[in-house]
Design a protein around this ligand. Structure first.
Ligand code: SF4
Length: 371
């Protein structure tokens, strides 16, 4: 068994990336089926190549819960590891190799702020039976639980529209958390006028105008969008679409629905990471795409499909890196795995039982959605 000193993170961080490869591979081998490694699509190459499963956050958490692995090492961000803990079965323990790997979007909706928003809605005269809270997967377990406890659910970027339909069969209004863009794009695609979708800003709390919206507007709005966004996808602008079309005549522009409405409207197609990959995979040789999503996925697709005669470029080459996801380095991964070999679970993500219960309810309700 390794000495505790050998498993100190500082010892790993001083070493170069490439020196971790053999150690990670050896640790994977030693841990065998006890440990499963999940890699989100936006994860860096030096880490994702060791993953047993790659995918988006919901797919990964489901996949892990269906294995017998005792340890789930999630190479993603904090809310993803929480979801894996919520969906995991008894006895499974989830590890996030770097606790600093958060998500800027998920961090934009704190439970206290959301509870205050709900109270503001009730104070404005919105009845509890008139509104349902829906949250995007990219939110904390506490926000998911908030939605579950109030009859709402969790959705992904691929079933957000189905989630809106589901909610409107049960209530007149939706509070959508935490991504305003996914909420607006979904409502807009369903024909809801922009004037009926208001943005609640948790940082604006003037007396009588909670969230920066008058009680009258809160009462008439059909969709209340939380003022949150993804710092990666919000960077894409309509002019990036114009520029890339001018540079590559005939190019198809495909973007993630976390992008602004103005970008999505100019794109040829939008979809979740899984859908973007599918579009590229099914396109004929000779196709050219500009993709509006995180740069690691775009670069990986460009490399994978170049030999098949498909050209892939990023929609904007000046910076679309998920910096928090990038925090999961080979050193952090080796550290987490070698500690497991030494019998120590580091950076365990454990959701409180009551929160877990209601978050699970909200996640399970997703199965009621018809896409
Ligand atoms: S890409 Fe955006 S939404 Fe996804 S983990 Fe990074 S900050 Fe969060």
């Amino acid at each position: 068994m390794a000495e505790p000193e050998a498993c100190s993170l500082e010892n790993y961080l001083a070493l170069p990336d490439h020196s971790m490869d053999e150690r990670i591979a050896a640790a994977r081998q030693a841990l065998g089926k006890t440990t499963i490694l999940l890699g989100h699509h936006y994860q860096r190459d030096e880490v994702i190549r060791f993953a047993d499963f790659t995918g988006d956050s919901y797919k990964l958490s489901k996949a892990a819960s269906e294995t017998e692995a005792q340890f789930i090492v999630f190479c993603g961000v904090h809310f993803m590891a929480e979801s894996a803990d919520v969906l995991g079965h008894a006895g499974q323990q989830v590890i996030l190799p770097d606790l600093n790997a958060g998500c800027s979007m998920a961090d934009m909706a704190e439970i206290g702020q959301v509870e205050e928003c709900w109270q503001t809605l009730l104070d404005a005269g919105v009845g509890e039976d008139e509104i349902l809270p829906l949250t995007y997967m990219n939110s904390s377990a506490a926000i998911k639980a908030f939605c579950g406890e109030r009859g709402g659910l969790v959705c992904t970027s691929s079933n957000a529209r189905g989630a809106f339909h589901w909610a409107f069969q049960r209530a007149k209004k939706i509070l959508f958390l935490p991504d305003q863009h996914l909420g607006r794009n979904t409502g807009h695609a369903m024909g809801i006028p922009l004037s009926e979708m208001v943005v609640y800003d948790p940082w604006q709390g003037l007396a009588g105008i909670g969230g920066g919206i008058t009680p009258e507007r809160l009462r008439v709005a059909k969709v209340i969008l939380w003022k949150g966004h993804c710092s990666v996808h919000q960077r894409f602008l309509p002019e990036h679409v114009t520029n890339v079309r001018a540079k590559y005549p005939g190019i198809q522009v495909i973007v993630h629905p976390e992008c602004r409405l103005e970008v999505c409207e100019k794109a040829d197609a939008l979809g979740s990471t899984e859908r973007l990959i599918k579009i590229v995979r099914e396109a004929p040789a000779g196709s050219t795409f500009a993709i509006g999503t995180e740069i690691h996925l775009v670069n990986r697709l460009a490399k994978e499909f170049a030999p098949l005669g498909k050209r892939i470029v990023t929609l904007d080459d000046t910076g679309c890196l998920c910096t928090t996801m990038y925090r999961i380095s080979p050193q952090h991964l080796a550290w987490a795995l070698e500690n497991l070999i030494a019998g120590r679970v580091v950076n365990r993500i454990q959701v409180r039982e009551d929160v877990k219960y209601w978050a699970r309810v909200a996640l399970d309700r997703m199965l009621e959605i018809r896409a």
